[in-house]
Design a protein. Structure first.
Lengths: 339, 393, 297
């Protein structure tokens, strides 16, 4: 039958969105009998046409859809595969170039398979610039930032969600208001601040300002507000203090939100260019994005080497993504639905 | 499972204010050690607030609360050594059943072996051994209910607090769990305060019931006493299904038998009621009271009794004459809805009797089935002399 | 009376806990977010090269801005970039989501592939695409040559540099927005679509009559989000074109960066920042106003 019917069974089941875990199953049950029904109508319509009767409107629709479904499906796949190729080709091309001898790079029309292959581009790139160091720096900055940021957001989100105190709403709105201020607007004063603190060319300069994340506070507050009050009461009766309620109950129950935030933070900090560009001066402190940008400044046209360096910079984050993709995708979906 | 230390609960003038709203009004109540007390009342009557104050989840605005003789107003919930079963069960969704049971003990840094032993004992007691490794999401309502009970029992607290724990179960399970709770209480004998809005639960479960309305304690006593001698109009109307028939009637003392009379209704008034009315109505002239008769106490004397006057029946019984309006057949019995002029009555009669709507009918009840209340204060008149204060807030 | 006092005591205890929880987060937000925002505003009325003491100059930065052709160029470039990238992102990602929502086999693989660029840093993506767009040896021109199109000097041409950056932007972002659309589409109640089908609506009518109205709030939200993000474009320009050729890809943030951190004219850069802030603020307010009217179904 037509495409829409099969779709209902498949799509939701693949990705149990955190909000509608039961929806998928029940929809599937609903759909099966419907499909049978539609089929029945179709056969009946054939019989009616033989008998010289006008087929009922439903039959016409289902017939048309059947037609479109046959036409549509391959078209969909063709579009998707073409799109997917557009997504992958630049990566493959980069990888291919990274294995070429520098002189082979300049061939037109381009060749896909490096011949001869020169894997030495990788050790070369890694020795010319300390990419291992850059990666370690990025890892340190990103992980520290993510962990502290989630902690701070959870604490503030909990306070805003569950405590009553004077000026609570005013303070909360003030925090929200900072969400509207683009990071770039704050760059110069932040630079001056860091200079005043003596934090220029330190990791603190990258980590500390980034920890305080209004969106994170906002999202966690929204999530914490949905945790039933009785659960908190139960934990209190069981002897849990506020911090234990926060980290032993609220946080585990808001895991989808925590994961989403953590992933956003991770991606954002890992990929950030402007903060390292402004705050870091010595090469051994560079993060991998800044290191790569600087590297390209020096080896602008040595494409094989440059592509090798880019691959090196991309491999860790892509690996993290492939391992945790479920959370990445859930996180993004969540951020769209939650506002 | 061994029984923990149990303790009584004593409320002395306990109040709760929310801003200017007086939600719980100076409750004085003693719950004896080992007693099963049911707090009952309509929603919003303050019973849950009172329970949460007992638990330490709400602060006490006024008065004192004692647990086992100690004033605990300022003691944190965790330190009160009371356990609570919540209406929604409030099981931790991210922990297994075992984890839920063990959590409180782990927080108290109990040795692992002892925790395991207690978990096993409680699981056996509640017959949930095979559920221990499941998560709450995989449990049925009844199973979750048992786990919630287990989480309270395992701590061996001095007091159990239960906040409408059965209201989320379907009717059949509720009956079953009711019996089970009674059995459990017999086993552990821990003081229990049980909150419900369901009067069947109230009647069947408690040693005593305490009826609450608008934050005021209306009556406390064994279920039978409260049912048979409701202290005021509210309690009379609240307990019993179908509810007590309550009608406005005028008291007539013309030298003969004092009685009340309303459209189609005649009932004798004992001297204690009259004395009570005089006490309550000091200085007032009108003699109107509320007459109450429970539906199951009415019996059919004669169907099709057109023409007779109720006051002819000088038998000393309560007599009601009217027209059959609706008959509800419930199986073994029927509810008979009767109209007498301006009043409506319900009678519970054997379903073997059949009636036609519109038929004239006469009902009677023993004189001691009549309850009399003051219309204004709601006080039960025959006890107005000994307890004038109650209900007259 | 005594009753009220007791409850205040308890209330204060909870307030203390709240203060404890909020102290660090609020101090941080204040020092690192709110204060810089205010300082940025204040700085725009000064002249300061970070060495000599700052000097109050009133509105002269803004006067200079009005007369600065490079600023206008940057503003125009930014609008061009946003105007090109946002419809591209929204259109393509919505189309992909609609197709993926039709019960495609291998949806997981497609999702992964389309999401790959999202996790890749803009710097890496920029470098990768600089090579793709290489005038003589780039794959893009090779592909176009296949179709009989003459090679284009993408990044070296004032005409083509910005479209090239728009292509890269759309390429990287669609996976992200596609996932949001997909989530929204899965939230469209199935029974509505089925009902429309029984009423005789074809696939096209079902989309415009049922599905689209249901996801239009998300479309709106996604457009705004994409707009706010693209307005702050910097990385591709930094990595791929350095704002050139001849300022044809110079954006507001890039200009801000140049003035602030290359020429050390912090006051002037702050004035640019204020313009950027105003634009984003206006978009946000428009979002609220419109959002209030039409979001809920």
């Amino acid at each position: 039958m037509s495409s829409t019917e099969t779709s209902t069974g498949d799509t939701p089941a693949h990705e149990p969105s955190p909000h509608a875990p039961q929806g998928a199953g029940s929809q599937r049950h609903l759909v099966q009998p419907l499909r049978v029904a539609a089929d029945g109508v179709h056969h009946a319509s054939g019989a009616e046409r033989v008998a010289g009767m006008e087929p009922p409107p439903q039959a016409r629709v289902s017939h048309m859809q059947r037609h479109l479904g046959w036409m549509g499906k391959p078209l969909y796949y063709a579009t998707l595969i073409f799109g997917a190729a557009m997504m992958v080709v630049p990566f493959l091309w980069m990888f291919s170039t990274s294995l070429k001898v520098e002189s082979d790079v300049f061939q037109f029309p381009p060749e896909w398979l490096p011949d001869p292959a020169r894997p030495e581009n990788y050790p070369d790139a890694l020795t010319i610039a300390p990419f291992a160091r850059y990666l370690a720096n990025s890892a340190f900055v990103t992980i520290t930032d993510t962990v502290f940021s989630l902690t701070v957001c959870a604490m503030a989100g909990y306070a805003f969600a569950r405590f009553h105190f004077r000026f609570r709403n005013t303070i909360f709105i003030a925090v929200l208001a900072t969400m509207m201020v683009p990071v770039h607007v704050e760059l110069i004063p932040q630079f001056i601040l860091m200079r005043g603190l003596g934090w220029i060319d330190t990791f603190q300069a990258l980590i500390v300002p980034s920890i305080f994340w209004p969106f994170g506070i906002f999202l966690l507050r929204q999530f914490f507000m949905t945790v039933p009050k009785e659960l908190e009461d139960a934990a209190r009766m069981d002897g849990a203090g506020h911090l234990r309620i926060l980290f032993g109950l609220m946080v585990p129950l808001s895991l989808p939100a925590m994961a989403a935030l953590g992933i956003f933070k991770f991606m954002f900090t890992w990929n950030s260019l402007i903060a390292p560009l402004i705050f870091l001066t010595s090469r051994e402190k560079f993060t991998v994005t800044l290191g790569l940008a600087t590297f390209q400044g020096q080896y602008e046209t040595q494409w094989a080497l440059l592509m090798a360096a880019t691959v090196v910079a991309l491999v860790p984050i892509i690996t993290v993504f492939l391992i945790g993709q479920r959370y990445f995708i859930q996180g993004v979906a969540l951020s769209g639905l939650k506002r | 499972m061994t029984r923990g230390e149990s303790a009584g609960v004593r409320y002395r003038g306990v109040s709760k204010w929310y801003g200017d709203v007086h939600a719980v009004k100076e409750i004085d109540l003693d719950v004896a050690d080992g007693e099963f007390l049911v707090l009952v009342g309509p929603s919003g009557c303050g019973k849950s607030t009172l329970l949460r104050m007992t638990a330490g989840l709400e602060d006490i605005s006024g008065g004192t609360l004692e647990l086992g003789g100690q004033v605990v107003n300022d003691v944190d919930a965790a330190q009160r050594d009371v356990a609570m079963v919540f209406q929604s069960y409030a099981l931790y969704p991210h922990r297994t059943v075992r984890g839920n049971l063990a959590y409180a003990l782990r927080l108290r840094r109990m040795p692992k072996q002892e925790i395991a032993a207690r978990v096993d004992a409680v699981a056996e007691m509640l017959d949930i051994q095979e559920l221990l490794d499941r998560r709450p999401g995989q449990l049925s309502g009844g199973q979750a209910q048992r786990v919630a009970l287990g989480r309270a029992i395992i701590r061996q607290p001095t007091v159990f607090l239960m906040d409408e724990p059965l209201s989320n179960l379907d009717a059949k399970l509720r009956v079953q769990m009711r019996a089970e709770l009674i059995r459990l209480h017999r086993e552990v004998q821990t003081t229990t305060v049980f909150v419900t809005h369901d009067q069947v639960e109230a009647m069947t479960m408690g040693h005593r019931i305490a009826v609450l309305d608008h934050g005021v304690l209306q009556q406390v006593g064994p279920p039978r006493d409260v049912y048979e001698r409701p202290a005021n109009l509210f309690v009379a109307g609240f307990l019993g299904a179908p509810p007590m028939n309550l009608v406005e009637a005028e008291l007539i003392s013309d030298g003969g038998v004092s009685h009340v009379r309303a459209d189609g209704v005649w009932a004798p008034v004992p001297p204690a009621v009259e004395a009570g009315l005089d006490q309550v109505h000091r200085g007032r002239t009108e003699r109107t009271v509320a007459l109450g008769v429970r539906p199951e106490q009415l019996e059919v004397v004669a169907s099709d009794t057109a023409g007779q006057q109720p006051d002819d029946a000088a038998t000393g019984d309560v007599i009601i004459q009217g027209t059959v309006d609706v008959v509800e057949l419930l199986g073994g019995e029927s509810y008979l809805h009767i109209i007498t002029g301006t009043q409506r009555f319900t009678a519970k009669v054997p379903s073997s009797m059949s009636f036609d709507p519109g038929a004239r009918i006469t009902l009677r009840a023993n004189s001691d089935a009549a309850h009399y209340f003051d219309l204004e204060s709601g006080i039960r008149l025959d006890s107005a002399l000994d307890r004038p204060a109650l209900g007259a807030v | 009376m005594k009753a009220r006092l007791a409850s205040m005591r308890w209330g204060r205890r909870r307030t203390l806990v709240a203060i404890g929880l909020l102290a660090i987060p609020l101090a941080g937000v204040l020092v690192f977010r709110i204060m810089p925002a205010i300082a940025s505003f204040a700085l725009s009325f000064t002249e300061w090269n970070l060495i000599a003491p700052p000097e109050f100059v009133g509105l002269s930065n803004f006067e200079e801005l009005v007369g600065d052709p490079t600023f206008w160029q940057a503003l125009w470039n930014t609008i061009y970039y946003v105007g090109g990238a946002v419809p591209g992102i929204v259109g393509v990602s919505l189309a992909l989501a609609l197709i993926l929502n039709r019960g495609i086999r291998g949806i997981k693989i497609f999702r992964t592939v389309y999401f790959l660029p999202v996790v890749s840093s803009m710097v890496a993506v920029g470098i990768m695409w600089r090579w793709m767009f290489n005038a003589q040896y780039g794959l893009v021109n090779a592909g176009l040559g296949f179709l009989g199109i003459e090679p284009i000097n993408w990044l070296g041409s004032q005409t083509w540099a910005m479209p090239a950056l728009i292509v890269v932007t759309v390429w990287r972002e669609i996976g992200f927005y596609m996932i949001i659309f997909l989530a929204a589409l899965q939230g469209v109640p199935r029974h509505l679509v089925e009902a429309a089908r029984l009423d005789g609506a074809g696939p096209w009518q079902r989309f415009w009559g049922v599905t689209f109205p249901m996801i239009s709030p998300v479309t709106f939200f996604v457009s705004i989000m994409a707009m706010i993000n693209t307005f702050q474009a910097f990385e591709y320009m930094y990595v791929m074109t350095e704002g050139g050729p001849r300022d044809s890809t110079l954006t507001l943030v890039y200009y801000l960066y140049l003035q602030g951190f290359e020429y050390f004219r912090t006051g002037y850069a702050s004035a640019i920042a204020l313009v950027l802030f105003t634009i984003i603020l206006v978009i946000t307010i428009v979002q609220w106003k419109i959002g209030e009217r039409r979001v809920v179904y």
